[in-house]
Design a protein around this ligand. Structure first.
Ligand code: FAD
Length: 366
C-alpha cells in the first residue's frame, strides 16, 4: 500500500487545486494510475487486478480522497463499473473487460440517475430493448461521474419487465456526452449528462439476463459506490484535520496559538472525533465486505452516512479554524467544503441512508 499511496502523492503533488479550478484532471495522470492498477485496485488478481481487500482498497481510496476528491470520484466510478461487471457479467465479459479496467486501458462511468429518477431509481425510464440479434438503448442519464473521461459507460435501464445494465462504448452512434457546467464541487471529476438515442449494441453488451428486477443490478453496483464514497470522505476529514491542526498550532492571536483558545480546541476535538468515527465505521463495513457477511449492506450504508455527514460538518469546521487563510478557492479546506457537501447527496443521500438505517433498526428490534 505504501508504494501505491506514494504514486498517488507523486502524481497529484500540489496540483489538486489547479485541476479543480480548470475543471479537469490530466488524462496522463489517470492512465498512469490505471496502468499501476490503482483506479480499481479491488479487482481480483485472477481478473488482472491488484486484488486488494476492501479494507486495503478503502485505505488507498481515503488517501486519494485526502489529496483530491475529483480523482477519488473517478476511482469510485471505475471501481463501481468493475464491480458491476464482476458480479453481473458472464465469464467472457469478465475476461474482456476486467483486465482492461483494472489496468486503466479503459476508463468507465456508471449511470443510474435520470432527470426524473434521482433517489427513486424505480422510476428509471431508460429502455434497453431487444433489437434483431442485439439491443437498443434510449434514454438520458444525468450527473454521470467520470463520463467525460470514459471509454465505456455502464448504463442501467429497464429491460422487459425487469432491469439490466449495458456496456456502452462512448463512441457508439447515438451516444452524446455533455459535461455538467461548473459543478459546485469535485469540479474535475468529469460529471456529464449522457444522451442515448437509438444506440444499437451487440447482445454481448448486456450485463445480466432477462427476468431480474431492476433493483438487483442497481443495488449491487451501489454497494461498491457507497463504500468508496465513505472512504473518500475519511480522506476529506484527514486532509481537513491536518490543515486545521497545523494552522491552529502555528497561528497566534491574543498572544497565544489558536489551539490554546478553548473554543478553537473544541473545533479540533470535534474534527478528530469525526475522522476517527468515520474511519471506524468504514473499517467495520470493509471487514464485513471482506468476510462476505450479510451485515455488509447495512454496514456500508452506515459507513457512507457517518463518513459523509462528518465530512460535510468537518470541512465547515476546518474552514472556520483557518478563517481567511482557508477562504480562497484552491485551498484544501475550501475545496473540501464544496466537495464534502456533495458527498451527502450521491450514492444514496443522507435522507435515503437514514431511511435504510431506520428500517434496519426497526427490523432488529422486532
Ligand atoms: P432527489 O431525489 O430529487 O431528492 C431531493 C431531496 O429530497 C434530497 O435531499 C433527498 O434526500 C430528499 N428525498 C428524496 N426522497 C426522499 C424520501 N423518500 N424521504 C426523505 N427525503 C427524500 N448519478 C449516477 O447515476 N452516476 C454518477 O456517477 C453520479 N455521480 C454524481 C456526482 C455528484 C457530484 C452528484 C451531485 C450527483 C451524482 N449522481 C450520479 C446523481 C446522484 O446519485 C443523485 O443526485 C442522488 O441520487 C439524488 O437524486 P436527486 O439529485 O435527483 O435528488
Amino acid at each position: 500500500l505504501a508504494e501505491a499511496t506514494a504514486l498517488v502523492d507523486e502524481l497529484v503533488g500540489d496540483q489538486a487545486g489547479a485541476w479543480d479550478s480548470a475543471g479537469a484532471l490530466p488524462e496522463p495522470v489517470l492512465r498512469k494510475l490505471g496502468a499501476a492498477g490503482l483506479l480499481c485496485a479491488q479487482v481480483p488478481a485472477r481478473h488482472g487486478g491488484r486484488g486488494l481487500t476492501s479494507l486495503a482498497n478503502g485505505e488507498l481510496t481515503a488517501h486519494a480522497g485526502s489529496r483530491d476528491s475529483s480523482l477519488r470520484s473517478v476511482m469510485t466510478s471505475q471501481g463501481m463499473a468493475a464491480w458491476a461487471i464482476q458480479r453481473l457479467g458472464s465469464a467472457p465479459q469478465r475476461a474482456t473487460w476486467l483486465p482492461a479496467l483494472a489496468r486503466g486501458e479503459r476508463l468507465a462511468a456508471v449511470g443510474f440517475s435520470e432527470p426524473g429518477a434521482g433517489s427513486d431509481l424505480s422510476t428509471m425510464d431508460t429502455r434497453i430493448a431487444p433489437d434483431g440479434d442485439g439491443v437498443r438503448l434510449d434514454g438520458v442519464k444525468v450527473w454521470m461521474t467520470a463520463a467525460a473521461y470514459a471509454d465505456v459507460l455502464v448504463v442501467f435501464g429497464r429491460y422487459g419487465d425487469g432491469g439490466a445494465a449495458a456496456l456502452v462504448p462512448v463512441d457508439a452512434p447515438g451516444v452524446r456526452v455533455e459535461p455538467v457546467p461548473e459543478p459546485m464541487g469535485c469540479r474535475a471529476a468529469g460529471h456529464a449528462t449522457v444522451h442515448l438515442d437509438g444506440v444499437r449494441l451487440p447482445a454481448t453488451a448486456l450485463l445480466g439476463g432477462p427476468g431480474q428486477p431492476l433493483s438487483l443490478p442497481v443495488t449491487i453496483a451501489l454497494a461498491y459506490g457507497r463504500m468508496s464514497v465513505a472512504w473518500g470522505c475519511v480522506g476529506i476529514l484527514r486532509a481537513c484535520l491536518a490543515a486545521a491542526a497545523g494552522h491552529a498550532a502555528t497561528r497566534t492571536q491574543f498572544g497565544r496559538p489558536l489551539a490554546e483558545h478553548q473554543l478553537v480546541a473544541r473545533h479540533l476535538a470535534e474534527l478528530y472525533t469525526a475522522e476517527q468515527a468515520a474511519t471506524r465505521a468504514c473499517e467495520h463495513a470493509s471487514r464485513c465486505w471482506d468476510a462476505g457477511s450479510p451485515e455488509s449492506v447495512t454496514a456500508t450504508v452506515l459507513a457512507k452516512y457517518t463518513a459523509s455527514t462528518h465530512a460535510a460538518a468537518g470541512a465547515a469546521t476546518a474552514v472556520q479554524v483557518l478563517a481567511s487563510a482557508g477562504s480562497q478557492d484552491g485551498h484544501v479546506v475550501a475545496r473540501a467544503y464544496r466537495d464534502a457537501k456533495l458527498m451527502e447527496i450521491i450514492e444514496g443521500s443522507s435522507e435515503i441512508c437514514q431511511l435504510i438505517i431506520a428500517r434496519h433498526a426497526v427490523a432488529s428490534a422486532a
